[in-house]
Write a protein that binds this ligand. Structure first.
Ligand code: MG
Length: 175
């Protein structure tokens, strides 16, 4: 079970993802988390830098869907002005929201990337379906809610175990 928490790639922020490289490798769809992945958990709107990133994603030919465990109000206020499709109240790591997002994009699991800041929801959910998982550092950990704080504790326990087993390397994982 712990191996399923290991992402395929680790980066500091979404801006550090080599999108051109992933496109060349055949990936066409991005399922991204919202809170603490794209913006801080309490930041309602996209930053100018993120708008440029969304443009780049689109221009390269990727489809993108936001999949968030947060509620309709939060996710819709962020995504609707940007014309980005979303799945709210997702209950990640359950399979359903990932399937729903892939259906929206009309892209299969072999061509889908999952980006998120949590091993227990984003990475675990994505790995179980065989998606290419990318873990980012949380943008604003101090704004995390109670449930996420519990998840972080489990993450720390899992990290200790994974390091002991040699499954988690300190340098960024590369293909
Ligand atoms: Mg998150």
């Amino acid at each position: 079970m712990f191996e399923m928490l290991v992402p395929r790639l680790r980066v500091n922020t979404v801006f550090d993802i080599d999108l051109e490289d992933l496109y060349r490798k055949g990936y066409r769809g991005i399922i991204t988390d919202l809170d603490n992945t794209l913006v801080g958990a309490k930041a309602p709107l996209a930053t100018p830098e993120l708008l440029v990133w969304f443009d780049k994603v689109k221009q390269l030919g990727f489809k993108l869907v936001i999949v968030s465990n947060n509620n309709m109000d939060r996710v819709s206020k962020f995504a609707t002005p940007l014309n980005i499709e979303f799945v709210h109240g997702a209950r990640k790591p359950s399979n359903a929201p990932f399937h729903r997002a892939m259906k929206l994009m009309e892209i299969g699991p072999d061509s889908t990337i999952v980006v998120g800041d949590q091993m227990l929801t984003d990475v675990y959910g994505g790995n179980r379906l065989g998606l290419y998982t990318v873990l980012v550092l949380p943008i604003s950990p101090k704004d995390e809610g109670f449930g996420t704080r519990i998840n972080r504790r489990v993450e720390r326990i899992a990290l200790t175990r994974l390091r002991k087993q040699g499954l988690w390397h300190e340098e960024e994982s590369k293909e």
